[in-house]
Write a protein that binds this ligand. Structure first.
Ligand SMILES: Cc1ncc(COP(=O)(O)O)c(C=O)c1O
Length: 313
């Protein structure tokens, strides 16, 4: 935040609203936006509602969900308005290395692409992983950083999010005034919580964040250990956020043809709810949320194990 002037901060009604403002201001109807696959479905909902074409660049499960940069480059044309990246990621639970973020930035330099960087899970990484805010790694690529209170402070219902504008070379002057106008279209973010914001940000003890990250790390390890041993499933061990993607070797299951059928049958037969990968444009995976207490996770994983045993051939 120290590199951002106060005029470069736009408050919004949650990160969702911040994303809506950022997409509206950078993209015109008829242009296209580059979105991650797998990725958070709200990006598509917001973009398509504004007449913007969504183009999905692949993330690579075998490389901790890093971006396939060649694929990304192949999607860019003169109608590409911006790149959206989400780090750490929902649904992947991945956290990009500094080197990978720099490679993405080099590509943005070449194609002169501004970036919407959704960092709502910023700092929520564990193990040896380090979170690098994208905007700290460039002085040339203009960035609209999205974040908010929902995840880091575990208060999704309080509805305050924000955009930080990083634009050292004044490329985004019109965008800056556009955002100010768009932010005034509605009466804005929750005023009660806006008032409490300085206190929340400055005075939340570090121990609160440390405990959250510890719980997420322990739960991620538990989830990867248990689910990784179930025949028919494979896991990508998460590095951050509160999610894990679990691959289904669909050809090894009888009477289950895809991730939607897997999720539907699992909730019907075992009352365990996982979102199908299709919700993130990524078939034959399911997304696990790793925030529940360990005993609840263990119970859910035992049920998943029994469910898989019934259908695995
Ligand atoms: C990647 C990502 N971005 C943005 C949001 C929206 O956050 P908010 O609750 O602040 O609108 C979410 C919520 O799940 C998310 O996962």
């Amino acid at each position: 935040m120290d590199t951002c002037h106060q005029l470069d901060i736009v408050l919004a009604s949650g990160a969702s609203d911040a994303l809506s403002l950022a997409i509206s201001v950078l993209c015109n109807e008829g242009q296209n936006i580059l979105l991650p696959r797998p990725g958070f479905s709200l990006y598509q909902t917001l973009s398509e509602s504004k007449g913007i074409e969504c183009r999905y660049y692949n993330l690579l499960p075998d490389r901790n969900w890093e971006t396939d940069l060649d694929h990304l480059s192949s999607l860019i044309d003169d109608k590409t308005a911006c790149l959206l990246i989400n780090n750490p990621s929902n649904p992947c639970g991945s956290n990009f290395t500094r080197q990978h973020l720099e490679s993405i930035l080099s590509l943005c330099e070449i194609y002169k692409l501004p970036v919407i960087c959704d960092e709502i899970y910023e700092d929520m990484v564990y193990g040896d992983n380090i979170f690098y805010p994208l905007a700290n790694l460039t002085k040339t690529v203009p960035i609209l950083k999205i974040s908010g209170l929902a995840k880091r402070y575990l208060i999704p219902g309080w509805r305050v999010g924000w955009i930080f504008i990083y634009d050292y070379n004044n490329i985004l002057n019109e965008v800056r005034s556009g955002l100010a106008s768009l932010a005034n279209l509605i009466l804005g973010a929750n005023s009660l919580i806006q008032n409490a914001l300085p206190d929340i940000i400055m005075n939340t003890p570090q121990s609160f964040h440390d405990e959250t990250d510890k719980l997420l790390e322990e739960n991620a390890k538990l989830s990867a250990n248990v689910l990784g041993k179930i025949p028919g499933l494979h896991v990508i061990v998460p590095q951050g956020a509160m999610y894990m993607m679990v691959g289904i070797n669909i050809e090894e299951f009888k009477d289950i043809n895809n991730d939607i059928e897997f999720s539907e049958k699992l909730v019907q037969e075992e009352s365990v709810l996982c979102l199908p990968g299709k919700s993130f444009h990524y078939p034959n995976y399911v997304r696990i949320v790793t925030t529940a207490p360990a005993e609840k996770l263990n119970e859910a994983y035992q049920r998943i194990k029994e469910f898989c045993a019934r259908y695995h051939v």
